[in-house]
Design a binder for this molecule. Structure first.
Ligand code: FAD
Length: 470
């Protein structure tokens, strides 16, 4: 044991993984969650809808293959349990129709399956396992409102919480370690500024991504027996689609608009959008379906990555995990996998002096966040919709990725290598290996490919800097 009490703020995906890792290292681990865990509404067809604090659960969540590898390490047997509970086992390389950069990628198995499951079902399984661990307590219906400092030294002594009933008093919960897992809306940077005048450097990019989703019951299988489809926005079309077969015989249909473009929130508009972005065979299969719930929207104005590892005057005893540390653009489906990688980083940081745990953890978490963040921001900047400055490096990367996607339409080996990198199974450096570059050169280049994405914006002097560093 390295301490008596760890407190985890938020019992969402990252909070549950953090609690799993801390169980056994601290005598007690308390998860504090503002939501009660009861279904709050029907999602259609009588299925329980997501809880209030998890509005993103209405939308299709792709768990990248790397994410499942890490989850299975943390929770042995989880995949089998989820599969028994209806999760759909799929190899993204061969079971999904992938249309990226306007090119339908050749089917090529990755050799690593993943699970297609609603976010609520995934979290329910994790929570069931975590609350069964010795020393774990889950407190619901409490809002964390701040940190408590020690009277001497720069140390976080615990948190302040308040019940959700009107007039509830503020209580303090002492802790040796506080883990912020409150998600994208984390206020940890403000709490640190208020108590210790700490400033956290951050990267921020205004992506203005909008979602509209509902579930559907399809009368027939998808074309070629696919278990889902991902269609990414392109320079020509700012809309995309994620379609996943999930538990209960339903398909989650998620449409997305980037750079402020709004996907329709009504049935007629949704059908029009499907016709516009999906190839005819896929659109026909989807349009034959029956809606199995209401259309729900979601907006992500900006993505941000906080650099706690670089902060001056950081107190000991407090860390952040998951979206609280880095809220990525969900279009690239990396959030769950990155949260799992943070949890693995936390497990590694537990070895050593507990007083310096935060520094060890933040450095390790920053290292595993770097590639997903760079890939996501690079892909965002490859679209012309963001008013942002493009560097030469980002233009070259955009051109390389565009070329890979084009060649991957006919070359299964290129498709396999590219999708493995997207699934975070391999590092981005795999895309510049000579063996891959040779395959790219075999296919003749079209002039249109040499035009760098976003070129029309790069000369716009009023463009804001792509990633704003504070
Ligand atoms: C529309 C959309 C689609 C997405 N699609 C994908 C995808 O396909 N693949 C993927 O990997 N990721 C996807 N993501 C990202 C993914 O949802 C997040 O990365 C993931 O939820 C992060 O988990 P978390 O635990 O950090 O945060 P959350 O899941 O948001 O959990 C935070 C928890 O903290 C609680 N909480 C918040 N504030 C307080 C407080 N003050 N006190 C007490 N409790 C509090 C909340 O109730 C919640 O339970 C998507 C996100 C969105 C918005």
């Amino acid at each position: 044991m390295i301490g008596r009490h760890a407190v985890v703020l938020g019992a969402g995906f990252a909070g549950l993984l953090a609690a799993r890792v801390l169980a056994g290292a601290y005598e007690r681990v308390t998860l504090i969650e503002r939501d009660p865990f009861e279904p709050v509404e029907s999602d259609g067809d009588g299925a329980a809808g997501p809880r209030r604090g998890l509005p993103q659960a209405h939308h299709a969540h792709t768990l990248l293959s790397r994410g499942l590898v890490e989850l299975e390490r943390l929770f042995p047997g989880l995949s089998a349990d989820l599969a028994v509970d209806g999760a759909v086992v799929a190899d993204p390389g061969s079971d999904l129709t992938l249309i990226l950069g306007g090119h339908r990628l050749a089917r090529a198995p990755l050799g690593r399956s993943t699970l297609q499951v609603t976010r609520s079902r995934l979290d329910d399984h994790l929570r069931g396992r975590v609350v069964g661990l010795p020393g774990i307590e889950l407190i619901t219906g409490r809002d964390v409102v701040g940190l408590t400092p020690t009277t001497i030294g720069r140390r976080c002594a615990g948190v302040r919480v308040v019940g959700r009933a009107p007039g509830s008093p503020v209580e303090t919960v002492p802790a040796d370690l506080v883990v912020d897992a409150t998600g994208r809306g984390s206020r940890l940077d403000r709490w640190l500024a208020a108590e210790w005048r700490t400033t956290i450097p951050a990267d921020r990019l205004a992506v203005d991504v909008r979602y509209a989703s509902r579930s559907s019951r399809l009368p027939d299988a998808l074309p070629s027996g696919a278990l889902g489809a991902l269609i990414a926005p392109t320079a020509e079309c700012p809309y995309g689609l994620a379609l996943l077969a999930v538990e209960g015989g339903r398909h989650l249909v998620t449409t997305v608009g980037v750079g402020g473009h709004r996907p329709a929130r009504d049935e007629t508009g949704l059908r029009e959008l499907i016709r516009r972005i999906a190839p005819a065979d896929l659109a026909a299969a989807l349009l034959a379906g029956r809606p199995a719930g209401p259309i729900k929207g979601y907006r992500i104005p900006a993505v941000r990555r906080l650099h706690y590892a670089r902060a001056q005057r950081l107190p000991t005893g407090v860390i952040a995990i998951g979206d609280a540390l880095c809220g990525l653009n969900p279009v690239y489906a990396q959030g769950l996998t990155v949260a799992a990688l943070h949890a693995v980083a936390l497990a590694g940081a537990l070895a050593g002096d507990p007083e310096t745990l935060a520094g060890r953890y933040f450095r390790a978490a920053a290292a595993v966040t770097e590639a997903p963040w760079a890939m996501a921001v690079g892909s965002d900047l490859a679209q012309p919709y963001l008013r942002a400055e493009r560097t030469l490096g980002s233009r070259l990367t955009g051109a390389l990725v565009g070329r890979i996607q084009r060649v991957a339409a006919a070359d299964p080996e290129v498709a396999r290598r590219f999708v493995r990198v997207m699934a975070l199974l391999d590092p981005p450096s795999e895309l510049t290996r000579p063996t891959l570059l040779r395959r790219l050169l075999r296919t003749p280049t079209e002039l249109s490919e040499l035009r760098s994405p976003g070129a029309q914006l790069s000369s716009d002097k009023s463009a804001e800097v792509g990633v704003v560093r504070r």
